[in-house]
Design a protein around this ligand. Structure first.
Ligand SMILES: [Zn+2]
Length: 390
């Protein structure tokens, strides 16, 4: 009897335990599955383009119109990022459309003017591999370009710009002191392209947000110059637009300085620098838009390059490839569209190309050479003939 009861209660106990186990498993399943359903979907990162040499992903860059320096992450609150200039020029810039083919510029050679823009310290990967400079990227793609041009040794502002605007390498002009511009008595001992243009009775204009250009201005600059080391890129663009509206020119040089300044403060390719690059990009777009609005874009040869790159927070050591490698882009009449330049390009070739565009004979002693690759035939052949034989 007792044994029977014990057996039954044992049976009841095991049934009860079984039921409890099933119920517990069921509740656990319900809890888990409900929990999974209420959990947010798996977080997917926005793909970030990582430039070569950068080990950590860059923060996603939001471009205008939603750009808001105060809202950006990290330390942007400490820096004064210039705001983009809202300009009426142009409504539809010729060189910006990516998908629709732009109006093909008629090949009438020589052009009536040459514009050189130096985006100070701009690295090619900032244009090629990030979304910071959409206008410059399209400018390159719709013209001819190389991401592998080289600047001088040392890779500094004074040396790079003097080579860019004279056609002589640092080994020829010998200016490797970045502070020489602060010495009023210091003179440029080689002719600049401005002097050569003036000798040919052509008009010249220079705009710079860097004091270094005062040195080149002192070399003999006659028509118009504006150099203010405190000027932001957007201000420079406004002044250039105002000048273009009211004047014509044969040779214009513009230096946009802010990308270099944020590079030294926050690092090359930092989010802060990429934001400044987007502002410089907008400044270039504004300037090109002014040429278009005036109806002189089709007769202007435009070269956009930089004086050096940068690594970490500096750029002087030219043995480091990211300091010495610069973007070099050209667009205008008779320039091949969508052409990646095969020949080697150096910063002093910019000067040679400017002289050729202005119809000035290339001096035989110039270190800079013509990048004839970029032109359509027959201009490319005329270009080869204009290159002095050494
Ligand atoms: Zn520089």
């Amino acid at each position: 009897m007792h044994g029977d009861i014990r057996l039954r209660s044992k049976k009841a106990l095991s049934i009860a335990m079984g039921v409890t186990f099933i119920l517990l498993t069921f509740f656990l399943f319900v809890i888990l599955s409900t929990g999974c359903k209420t959990r947010p979907p798996k977080y997917t990162e926005t793909p970030v383009i990582i430039p070569p040499g950068i080990s950590k992903p860059l923060p996603t860059l939001t471009l205008e119109p939603s750009i808001s320096p105060t809202k950006t992450a990290t330390s942007t609150e400490q820096i004064q990022l210039p705001t983009r200039t809202q300009t009426p020029y142009p409504k539809t810039p010729t060189l910006t459309a990516t998908d629709t083919p732009t109006e093909v510029l008629a090949c009438i050679w020589p052009p009536q003017r040459v514009l050189i823009i130096s985006v100070d310290s701009l690295r090619p990967d900032a244009v090629r591999d990030t979304t910071a400079a959409p206008f410059l990227l399209n400018f390159a793609r719709q013209g001819s370009y190389t991401w592998n041009a080289q600047t001088t040794m040392p890779s500094i502002t004074m040396t790079g710009h003097l080579s860019m605007l004279s056609g002589y390498d640092a080994t020829t002009h010998g200016v490797i002191n970045n502070k020489i511009w602060q010495t009023p008595e210091a003179v440029v001992e080689i002719p600049t392209i401005f002097q050569r243009a003036n000798e040919a009775n052509l008009t010249t204009a220079l705009f710079s947000g860097k004091g270094h250009l005062l040195y080149i201005e002192r070399a003999g600059f006659q028509d118009f110059s504006y150099v203010d080391k405190a000027a932001k890129d957007a201000e420079i663009a406004e002044r250039v637009v105002d000048y273009i509206i009211n004047n014509d020119f044969n040779l214009m040089f513009i230096n946009l300085a802010n990308v270099d300044k944020t590079g030294h403060a926050y690092g090359w390719m930092s989010n802060e620098q990429l934001l400044t690059i987007s502002i410089a990009d907008s400044a270039v777009q504004t300037i090109v838009g002014a040429l278009e609005a005036k109806g002189i874009l089709a007769s202007t040869l435009i070269i956009i390059n930089s004086d050096h790159g940068g690594t970490g927070i500096s750029h002087g050591d030219a043995h480091i490839p990211t300091n010495r490698t610069i973007p070099w882009m050209i667009n205008g009449p008779c320039v091949k569209p969508g052409y990646q330049v095969q020949q080697d390009v150096n910063v002093f070739d910019t000067a040679a190309m400017a002289l050729w565009g202005l119809g000035i004979e290339i001096p035989a002693d110039l270190d800079g050479k013509l990048v004839c690759d970029v032109f359509q035939t027959p201009v490319s052949n005329q270009c080869l003939e204009a290159q002095p034989k050494k």
